[in-house]
Design a binder for this molecule. Structure first.
Ligand code: SF4
Ligand code: SF4
Length: 62
């Protein structure tokens, strides 16, 4: 089982909450937008979804 986290750039406000909360450091901030640079490390815990106020993050299970 794998998880694919994605960020809707139009919704992301660059708050960095997802960068801080992710246990496997999936996200980095680039040009004030969160980018899932280590998407393959995602555990599917959904902590990033919980902290993202604008609802910019989706985690798809494959
Ligand atoms: S928590 Fe949401 S709004 Fe904040 S940086 Fe991450 S994706 Fe963007
Ligand atoms: S679901 Fe969990 S492991 Fe995956 S990107 Fe979000 S916080 Fe990180």
């Amino acid at each position: 089982m794998a998880f694919i986290p994605t960020v809707d750039e139009d919704k992301c406000e660059g708050c960095e909450e997802c960068v801080d909360v992710c246990p496997t450091e999936v996200f980095e901030l680039e040009d004030e937008k969160a980018v899932p640079v280590n998407a393959e490390e995602c555990l599917g815990c959904e902590s990033c979804i919980e902290v993202c106020e604008p609802g910019a993050i989706t985690v798809e299970e494959t």
